[in-house]
Design a binder for this molecule. Structure first.
Ligand SMILES: Nc1ncnc2c1ncn2[C@@H]1O[C@H](COP(=O)(O)OP(=O)(O)OP(=O)(O)O)[C@@H](O)[C@H]1O
Ligand SMILES: [Mg+2]
Length: 334
């Protein structure tokens, strides 16, 4: 049985004793998608993955991978899925090439083919020269690469990456992004969990935000970001005596949430700041103020994420910084 969905779950439940890790999770992930699973620590992301790959037995609901039931048709599922887990679970004391060959062997390929696949996977992730090193003696970043290689030796149709870039440096993060983007371009479905919101924004065509075992939202990163609020800073040539009265009814209806002043700046929070900026500048002009520059800080997926999950993501401290977009107003020439 095949399916247009790589992953399809209905009302999925998982209780660990008193802890309800999944509470009725229904999710469809299309074959070929690059799908992100976001959520604070303890949201249930790893549990969801473990149910899919048969490491954890669900308490209720239905879960299918490429149409195969994750419990009744476990083997059909497992042969199509490669997983790079959050926690390393590797034979530490064998050379990594041997570990890979062994893993490829699980999937019923000949020894030669297993060796070929091991070498190819090591080359793909860029640690071929470390092929005779034991896992224990790889650097932290090489371990991450290796775990990805191990997920690849079975040539999976679905690649599941549980925080593949946690704690890796910027360069390796970019390298891993390129590798998995290439795999996705070649048709591999990707399910990625991450605490780096920028990573989801860059890579995923769709993301689900989870909290406390529930699905809070599913949309493209751009759609989710549009739910947030932009901040528009209009610099005036002089400090205004009062908050300029520039919000007409049609603008209010459009998207403006607040107008305040900070020194020479008029600060407007709005849903789609780009759309209202020109009209605001015209109104300021009519009210006798001259704008010298406009700075738009777009809403970020991170803010939307924090709004939706109602809290801080603990791992965001070392996340890459997002950039704000700077626009010069066409009216701002002196
Ligand atoms: N084997 C287990 N036994 C008991 N409770 C568990 C077990 N595994 C997970 N849990 C609990 O289930 C909940 C969901 O955990 P899970 O690991 O799925 O979260 P997560 O979204 O992957 O979090 P993180 O971002 O920290 O990796 C947590 O409350 C966790 O303590
Ligand atoms: Mg986890």
């Amino acid at each position: 049985m095949s399916s247009q969905f790589a992953i399809s779950t209905r009302d999925l439940e998982k209780d660990y004793g008193e802890v309800k890790a999944l509470r009725g999770l229904s999710l469809d992930i299309g074959a070929g998608q690059f799908f992100g699973l976001l959520g604070p620590n303890g949201a249930g992301k790893t549990t969801f993955i473990n149910v899919l790959i048969g490491l954890v037995k669900k308490t209720g609901g239905d879960a299918r991978v490429f149409g195969f039931d994750v419990e009744d048709e476990y083997r059909d599922v497992r042969s199509r899925v490669g997983v790079a887990p959050q926690e390393f679970n590797v034979d530490r004391f064998f050379p990594v090439r041997e570990v890979l060959m062994h893993n490829a062997g699980y999937h019923g390929v000949t020894k030669e083919e297993a060796a070929e696949r091991a070498d190819e996977a090591l080359r793909t992730v860029g640690i071929y020269e470390k092929r005779d090193t034991k896992f224990t003696y790889l650097s932290g970043g090489m371990k991450r690469r290796f775990v990805l290689a191990r997920a690849l030796v079975s040539e999976p149709d679905l690649l599941i990456l549980d925080e593949p870039t946690a704690g890796v440096d910027v360069e390796l993060r970019r390298a891993l992004w390129r590798i998995i983007t290439d795999l996705n371009d070649d048709g591999t479905t990707i399910l990625l969990t991450t605490h780096y919101i920028e990573e989801a924004e860059q890579l995923c065509d769709e993301v689900a935000i989870m909290d406390s075992g529930r699905k809070i939202a599913v949309a493209s990163p751009a759609e989710l970001t549009q739910r947030g609020t932009d901040t528009l800073r209009i610099q005036l040539s002089e400090t205004p005596r009062e908050v300029p009265d520039i919000v007409g009814t049609e603008l209010e209806a459009g998207s403006i949430e607040a107008v305040t002043t900070e020194g020479r700046e008029v600060v407007v929070t709005a849903k789609r700041a780009n759309a209202v900026a020109p009209e605001l500048v015209r109104r300021l002009d009519r009210a006798g103020y001259r704008a010298t520059s406009i700075d738009i800080e777009p809403a970020s997926l991170e803010e939307v994420f924090v709004d939706l999950t109602g809290g801080e993501d603990e791992s965001e401290d070392d996340a890459p910084e997002s950039e704000s977009k700077r626009l010069e107003s066409p009216e701002a020439t002196t």
